[in-house]
Design a protein around this ligand. Structure first.
Ligand code: FES
Length: 65
């Protein structure tokens, strides 16, 4: 799914960025260009980032258990 139409950034790319250490919208702006034109994708990009962070946390907790 394309999240940022202006810069053709997909949710997959955002998830990959999160896996590589992106933690904030600013990280996504710097790394992928998300939300650097019209900005309409900012909330959706944050949701994808937060989902990925939650998944990574849950996976680490499962591994620790
Ligand atoms: S849709 Fe992402 S900056 Fe416009």
């Amino acid at each position: 799914m394309v999240v940022c139409i202006c810069n053709a950034v997909s949710d997959r790319e955002i998830r990959q960025a999160a896996a590589l250490g992106a933690q904030t919208l600013q990280d996504l702006k710097d790394g992928l260009g998300v939300a650097t034109c019209c900005g309409r994708c900012a909330s959706c990009a944050c949701q994808v980032l937060e989902q990925e962070q939650a998944c990574a946390l849950a996976a680490s907790q499962l591994q620790a258990a």
